[in-house]
Design a binder for this molecule. Structure first.
Ligand code: GH3
Ligand code: MG
Ligand code: MG
Length: 346
């Protein structure tokens, strides 16, 4: 009775001690299990061994089993006993030796081995209780370690994912920069000639499909050379920026504007009648005429001439065709005295 009481107290102490060890420190836990086990059975010689997939052959020994090698004859003998205990899943006692199996999960198995004068004469129920607790602790530790490992792997994957998304947004940024350089005019910030070519092809195809008209307005600043001559090229640049801004303000989302080159700008309109296109050109012309552009303290006024062509695109219509027609109208506007709109009629 007294022995039972002492035993129960040692098991309580064992549980209390083990609870203070981090489940990640498996070898410390095994050392604790072995120490308490030997104290419970009153021995100084024993080892605990864990084998299986998770931690293959982790062995901790004390007393005569401290530093015992696998090649040692004594160890080979104990090992045979341990194997029997594991195969039969029951405690094997032979003389002054005992092997207690620890069945942890379905993959990992362990053995508590003890050598003493009268092996395991203690209350068998106490030993069962001890083994049950030990197995639970070792199992929890293994699950915890496995979770910890998986968690670390997951963190690595998440880090990798973060790096990849970073690279993706960088390449998207580069793509946008490339697109801006390719399709937008660096001075005025509006679409350039290259963009105009792409857009014009698409609008021709669309208008042909919809059986509707396409209008092209070619806008040329009058006597721009003399603005450069009078105020200098930098002021001339700022005037072009202002012209681009004004055109941008005057056009709506579905109306396309571009800098064709130099001081020439192009507007494309879909579904416009020749009268409407002419009225739109007039609006632009008047607006430019009325504007006094303030550039570096100098008021600069300007006028524009606009050549307008309105066509019903066929499948074979090219950009050159519609630009050519609006160019001819522009030529007439210039010859007619500038600051005017001419609608192509040919
Ligand atoms: P017109 O009324 O017949 O169109 O006369 P214009 O002087 O406007 O035409 P011209 O073709 O003789 O001259 C256009 C000038 O535009 C010449 C060129 O130096 C200038 N130019 C072209 N691109 C730029 C630019 O990006 N910045 C500046 N400042 N000037 C430019
Ligand atoms: Mg010109
Ligand atoms: Mg000009």
């Amino acid at each position: 009775m007294e022995m039972m009481q002492d035993g129960l107290l040692s098991i309580l102490e064992f549980v209390h001690d083990m609870n203070r060890i981090s489940p990640l420190l498996l070898d410390l836990l095994l050392r604790g299990v072995l120490g308490h086990f030997l104290r419970l059975v009153g021995s100084n010689n024993g080892y605990i061994q864990l084998g299986g997939d998770v931690d293959s052959s982790l062995r901790i020994g004390v007393g005569m089993f401290h530093d015992i090698a696998e090649t040692d004859d004594r160890f080979a003998l104990q090992q045979e006993l341990a194997d029997q205990a594991l195969t039969r899943a029951e405690t094997i006692i032979a003389g002054n030796m005992a092997a207690v199996p620890l069945c942890i999960g379905s993959f990992v198995q362990g053995v508590l081995f003890v050598q003493q004068e009268d092996a395991l004469t203690r209350e068998p129920k106490l030993l069962d209780m001890f083994v049950l607790h030990a197995v639970n602790m070792i199992e929890n530790s293994m699950i915890y370690r496995e979770l910890h490992k998986k968690n670390a792997e997951l963190s690595k994957i998440i880090d990798e994912l973060h790096r990849t998304t970073g690279q993706l947004s960088r390449s998207e940024q580069l793509r946008q920069e490339y697109e801006k350089l390719t399709y937008y005019d660096s001075l005025t910030g509006i679409p350039n000639r290259r963009y105009l070519e792409v857009q014009c092809r698409e609008m021709i195809a669309h208008c042909h499909k919809q059986k509707t008209t396409l209008a092209c307005l070619m806008i040329d600043v009058d006597h721009f050379k003399s603005i450069n001559d009078r105020y200098g090229h930098l002021v001339g640049d700022q005037v072009l920026v202002q012209v681009g801004r004004n055109l941008d303000r005057l056009t709506r989302a579905h109306e396309f504007i571009a800098r064709y080159g130099g001081e020439e700008f192009t507007v494309l309109l879909e579904g416009s009648t020749p009268e409407n296109a002419l009225a739109f050109g007039e609006r632009i012309r008047r607006h430019m005429e009325q504007q006094v552009v303030e550039v570096e303290g100098s008021p600069v006024s300007l006028t524009v001439s606009i050549g307008i062509a309105v066509i019903l695109p066929a499948r074979t219509t090219s950009m050159a065709e519609i630009v050519g027609k609006s160019d001819r109208a522009l030529y007439e506007a210039k010859n007619g005295g500038r600051n005017r709109c001419v609608l192509f009629s040919g």
